[in-house]
Write a protein that binds this ligand. Sequence first.
Ligand SMILES: *Cc1c(COP(=O)(O)O)cnc(C)c1O
Length: 422
Amino acid sequence: MPNFKLSDDVFRAATQKFQTPFHLYDEQGIIDTIKKLKKAFAPAPFKEYFAVKALPNPAILKIVKEHGCGVDCASFSELMLAEACGFTGHDIMFSANTVPDEEFAYANKLNAIINLDDISHIEPLNQNGGIPETICMRFNPGGIFMDQNDIMGSPGQSKYGMTREQLTEALTKLKKLGAEKFGLHAFLASNTRDSRYYPELAALLIKTGIKLMEETGVQLDFINLSGGIGIPYHPSEKIADINKIGEGVNFEYKRELINRGIKGVKIFSELGRYLTGPHGWLVTKAIRHKDIHKQYIGVDASACDLMRPAMYGAYHHISVVGKGDAPHTEVYDVVGSLCENNDKFAIDRKLPKIDSGDIIVIHDTGAHSRAMGYNYNGKMRCGEVLYTKEGDFKLIRRRETPKDYFATLDISDDCAIRKLTE
Ligand SMILES: *Cc1c(COP(=O)(O)O)cnc(C)c1O
């Protein structure tokens, strides 16, 4: 089930304080999820590095920091966010690909753990701050990644990581250049609620890590299970069983490491969606009703605020404030205003009768939602509001204005746009 934790009164109160649309995030929900995650992975030495790209807001990063998480960054600006929020050294994982020189230099300056996506990145890293003592490598086993019965992902089609042979070659090189400890990372399935994924991945990374250790004499310091644990977007979907996932990882940890007398290897994750996804809602208003070959409800948000439905055909649950118990008698497409026919939050969705001004809540927008937004058609992206654990509302990102949209054009003194936005 999607997350129905917040009552209609909370959404109503929020719209009295802030103009729609906005994303509303539940601080307590995020905190509870972090606690649940940490508990599920104990007793193995575990640390979560929150994937900044999922919800790149300092207010959120401060919450995850307070609760013992690091951050996973993949760009210059994400590293800046991490630095500004007080993350330092090995509390930052830098898991990027096609990395520009200046990003290696910055990550090195922050003493972040650098996760090398490719063997060809060793030289540029070496020239931009050098090879750190602890280094991580990203593994791409190729083919398809599967349990005995089910396909979980297709790494053979993915651009990330190094082949098994390259790992040996890379680590041998890295050792010569000063690396003393290494971590091994892979991201082989996305948005999966299957409790076998992390344990299978842990087994693969640990076994490969041990082999690499034997081949090169470099010490295995951690395995990084990366992101990928999914959330239930559709009411028919079940929540990922995090305790079972944690138990499964601990089972492999014990079997493959402890029982062979290998101690001290850490387990990391870089979850984004699992941590914050269910704890966000896009709050928007019905502003138009159109009756042609189909029934359309036009809302004041657009794909610029949440592009997952347009981009992936992703399902997001929709509820209408005050009408949760009303019979779902209508079939609507719920749409934004872009001149793009994929700007639809829902297609042929059964909903209660919607009136102009109704508050429409789009569920599970706490990850990869506002962050993916864009400005097509000159649409301004909405702001973000935190529903604090004390029950207050805090604006943590204002909505965009035309001035923001025109900022990059504002490059000469006589720019007519500047005058319009002054
Ligand atoms: C996107 C990403 C994540 C987070 O993925 P989720 O699906 O949100 O868990 C973690 N690590 C890397 C390297 C990523 O690219």
